[in-house]
Write a protein that binds this ligand. Structure first.
Ligand SMILES: O=P(O)(O)OC[C@H](O)CO
Ligand SMILES: [Mg+2]
Length: 245
């Protein structure tokens, strides 16, 4: 067993050489802060079952994190539903089911601890979500306090977000809305989706991925760090103030 002295020396070494000198943090929302991805899966499984098809995780990996219209197009194309269902009909069909589910969403493990810690230490935070304004309101209605700690939120239907993730648009817009002149290399993005990790990297930022365990590990590549849960995040590795526990 390592001695207390050895533990302290290891912590000092990590602090002396962080992976990056992060000053600003940007969070994805669905599947990262809020446990909403299961709702999308459930509803999409139901719609696809009507066509005798099964919704699987390779399709999920392509759809998650995207703007609604983009993920609808992927759903129709990948499932071979052209001529049977348009992307617009798909969005309309899933809408009432999603609206009923979103308000009951819960926070994912470790979210509150990390956000309160960063806030207490004066680290500016933002949210960058592919969700549009109407869905954002439904998902966050029971999590207002947490979102009030964000400097700002950028949504998928924001005029500055021309293309959804993996385009860097949303993360660059989030970066520009912080006060001062913030460099991408100083921004750390937390994401659950492969397209979100790619968007962060395309923006020149660091990316910590917290994927669903059902997502194949081949989708982890590109992330600077992959964690099972936000509870495993060690701020000191990124030049951020350490937890006090
Ligand atoms: O993961 P987010 O927060 O970018 O949300 C994207 C979609 O709304 C859900 O996949
Ligand atoms: Mg997400």
């Amino acid at each position: 067993m390592a001695s207390a002295g050895a533990d302290e020396a290891a912590a000092a070494a990590v602090a002396a050489q962080p992976r990056a000198a992060i000053s600003h943090v940007i969070f994805d929302m669905d599947g990262l802060l809020l446990d909403t991805e299961g709702f999308y899966t459930e509803v999409q499984e139901k719609i696809l079952a009507r066509y005798g098809k099964v919704f699987d995780w390779s399709l999920k990996a392509k759809m998650m994190g995207k703007k609604a219209a983009e993920s609808a197009r992927i759903f129709v194309d990948e499932c071979g539903l052209d001529g049977l269902l348009t992307p617009e009909q798909f969005l309309e069909e899933r809408e009432s089911m999603l609206q009923a589910l979103f308000p009951s969403c819960t926070k994912l493990p470790g979210v509150l601890r990390l956000i309160h810690h960063l806030h207490a230490n004066g680290i500016p935070m933002a949210v960058a979500t592919g969700s549009h304004k109407r869905h954002f309101a439904l998902k966050t209605q029971n999590h207002q306090v947490m979102f009030s700690l964000m400097h700002h939120v950028v949504m998928g239907d924001d005029p500055e977000v021309k293309a959804g993730k993996p385009s860097p648009d949303i993360f660059l817009a989030a970066m520009r809305r912080f006060e001062g002149n913030v460099e991408p290399s100083k921004c750390l993005v937390f994401e659950d989706a492969p397209s979100g990790v790619a968007a962060a990297k395309n923006a020149g930022m660091s990316a910590v991925m917290v994927p669903d365990p059902r997502l194949d590990v081949s989708y982890h590549k590109g992330a600077d760090q992959v964690l099972c849960s936000l509870l495993d995040f060690k701020p000191i590795e990124w030049g951020l103030p350490p937890f006090n526990e």
